[in-house]
Ligand binder design. Structure first.
Ligand code: 3BY
Ligand code: FES
Ligand code: FE
Length: 439
């Protein structure tokens, strides 16, 4: 029998396998051992989703080293607008400075280390630490510190800067002192896809924070496949083709009509894009690089315009200079923590931020044209319905999976061919751990 189809339950494992899998009496096996013994094409072992030790490693090796999508430019539209982002023990202020530039600063006072900004979002003139009132400009410079001797050099005590990059209105930060350099290449290649939607000139119509009861990798893995879509997402699959990720030979007969619609709509979409100079071809580089990503413009089902039940645009004002609503979805995935859907009428972004080994924040933000008027050009419930429901459904899948993989009885199962992007995410993740662990 094909060994990949064999269920390695304790009864049919060799004694060596059984010994290798057994956890020590205290704690988990060495993470390097867990990384090395991952079975290709299979789910990770339980401790990757449950262990506080691996959670800390994930922060160090992934969230503090790679480029992380944290917000969009419209979230901090005006000088002084900020959001604070917690990543493990780090807290980062992402803000627009007085010159209109996007910045990221460590939220740690240079005096005795207090958090400076305590709210999740807001707007400030200067950044004032509430403890002893050290006062910083929006670019991080220290402006005022009371009762210091004359030789005190304020220039040495600005808030520490965090690397930040914007592309197509999306804001990425990197906590590393030498951030992965391949972001430039990715930015250059995705910018022409994103630019026509002019995200920087949209406004936030809605934002929902969902705390899911599962490890961040379960949240991300769930996003990278549509094996669960047909049964799990009645609203999403009004327009999202449930054959996403399937190889042609694996598409079940009942989904062939949907596949035929996908192909036909794809031809129309390619023509519409070519006429307008909109790039649409797939680029998929999910592994073997720090800034793994995937981008492609693909058709939507129904009217083909947007994520609504009938596929018609949810907002009457189209983005940028786009002149037709039927442009499907420009979809992008970035490792490790984000996915994006750009439609002609709105953009929806998703940022996944780990809170604990078994808790994850999923922040979803819907953007519409800056001049669109709620109630006139768009209805908020209509705009947010499909992805709100989809996120709730996914959150439920994640919680159930977290519960299952926490059981000592859990044995990693095999991925189906349509889950190849899940495998890519896990492979990318293990590559980052290996780099970090220096093997
Ligand atoms: O958001 C995505 O990228 C989609 C939705 C469902 C599955 N996933 C591939
Ligand atoms: Fe911030 Fe003292 S800790 S002013
Ligand atoms: Fe889903």
């Amino acid at each position: 029998a094909d060994s990949t189809l064999t269920d390695p339950t304790p009864t049919n494992r060799t004694p060596t396998e059984a010994a290798a899998t057994a956890a020590p009496a205290h704690g988990i096996p060495d993470p390097a051992v867990l990384v090395a013994r991952r079975r290709p094409g299979h789910v990770l072992e339980g401790p990757f989703y449950t262990s506080p030790e691996i959670f800390a490693l994930d922060i160090d090796a992934v969230y503090a080293k790679q480029w992380i999508f944290v917000a969009t430019e419209p979230e901090i539209a005006e000088p002084g607008d900020y959001v604070t982002i917690d990543l493990g023990r780090y807290s980062v202020i992402v803000l627009r400075d007085d010159d209109g530039q996007v910045r990221a600063l460590h939220n740690v006072c240079r005096h005795r280390g207090s958090r400076v900004l305590l709210e999740e979002r807001g707007s400030v003139g200067n950044l004032v630490c509430g403890y002893h009132q050290w006062t910083y400009a929006t670019d991080g410079r220290l402006l005022h510190a009371g009762e210091q001797p004359p030789e005190f050099d304020k220039a040495c005590f600005g808030l520490r800067q965090v690397a930040v990059r914007t592309v197509g209105g999306l804001i990425f930060i990197c906590l590393a002192t030498s951030p992965p350099e391949d972001f430039d290449d990715v930015a250059d290649r995705i910018e022409p896809y994103l630019a026509p939607h002019d995200l920087a000139n949209t406004k936030v119509a809605a934002q929902v924070d969902l705390v899911e009861h599962g490890n961040w990798k379960l949240v991300m893995e769930n996003n990278r496949e549509c094996y669960h879509c047909e049964a799990g997402h009645p609203e999403l699959t009004c327009t999202f083709f449930p054959t996403y990720g399937f190889a042609l030979e694996d598409i079940p007969a009942r989904l062939m009509p949907a596949h035929a619609r996908y192909l036909k709509a794809g031809v129309d979409l390619a023509r519409a894009c070519d006429e307008r100079g909109l790039p649409h071809a797939e680029i998929e580089e999910l592994t073997d690089r720090s800034t793994g990503f995937r981008i492609q413009r693909e058709p939507l089902d129904g009217a083909g315009e947007s994520y609504t039940r009938d596929g018609k645009a949810a907002c009457r004002k189209l983005l940028g200079d786009l002149d037709i609503p039927r442009l499907g979805r420009l979809s992008m995935h970035t490792q490790p923590n984000a996915w994006f859907h750009f439609q002609a009428d709105h953009v929806v972004t998703f940022s996944v931020l780990p809170l604990a080994a078994d808790r994850t924040l999923v922040r979803t933000t819907w953007h519409v044209h800056r001049d669109a008027v709620e109630g006139e050009d768009y209805d908020l419930d209509h705009l947010t319905e499909v992805w709100s429901r989809t996120n709730e459904q996914d959150g439920e899948f994640v919680a159930r999976t977290q519960a299952g993989v926490s059981s000592p009885a859990f044995v990693p199962g095999p991925y189906s061919s349509s889950e190849y992007q899940v495998d890519a995410l896990v492979t990318w993740y293990l590559q980052r751990l290996q780099e970090h662990l220096g093997r």
